[in-house]
Design a protein. Structure first.
Length: 125
C-alpha cells in the first residue's frame, strides 16, 4: 500500500510479509518506485528473534538493506557512496539510492513458521 503526503514529496509504501512453514518469504512493494529511498523501517510484529532479511531493487538488485539476527524494530537510511563524474572514483560522501520504475524486493529468512513483519519504506520524489 502506498500513501503520499499532502505536498507530494514523500510516499510511504507499507509491505507486510508473511513467512512460510520454513520461516522464509519474498514480497514486493505494490507499485514501482520512482525516487530516492529515504528510509526503511522494519516493524517487529511476531517474527522469531534472529530474523534475517535482504532488501533490494527488484530489477537492478541494488542493495538497500541487508541485516541478520534482528530482534526488534529498526530503521535505516540507505545511502551509497557518490562517484566523481570525470573519473568514476568514489568520494567520501553519501547520497540516497534512487530507483526508477522497479519494485522493492524483500527477502526474509529465519522468521518462524507463518509469522509476519511489516516494512515501511519512505520514498522521496
Amino acid at each position: 500500500m502506498a500513501i503520499r503526503d499532502a505536498s507530494g514529496a514523500f510516499t510511504l509504501h507499507t509491505v507486510t510479509v508473511t513467512t512460510d512453514a520454513s520461516g522464509d518469504a519474498t514480497a514486493y512493494t505494490d507499485t514501482p518506485i520512482f525516487g530516492a529511498v529515504w528510509s526503511i523501517t522494519y516493524v517487529k510484529t511476531n517474527y522469531a528473534n534472529g530474523v534475517d532479511f535482504t532488501i533490494t531493487g527488484e530489477t537492478t538488485t541494488q542493495s538497500l538493506w541487508t541485516d541478520t539476527d534482528i530482534n526488534a524494530t529498526e530503521t535505516v537510511y540507505p545511502r551509497a557512496l557518490e562517484n566523481v563524474n570525470t573519473s568514476g572514483a568514489q568520494t567520501t560522501t553519501y547520497t540516497p539510492i534512487v530507483l526508477a520504475g522497479e519494485r522493492i524486493k524483500i527477502v526474509v529468512a529465519q522468521g518462524g513458521n507463518a509469522k509476519t513483519g511489516t516494512f515501511r519504506i519512505v520514498v522521496k520524489r
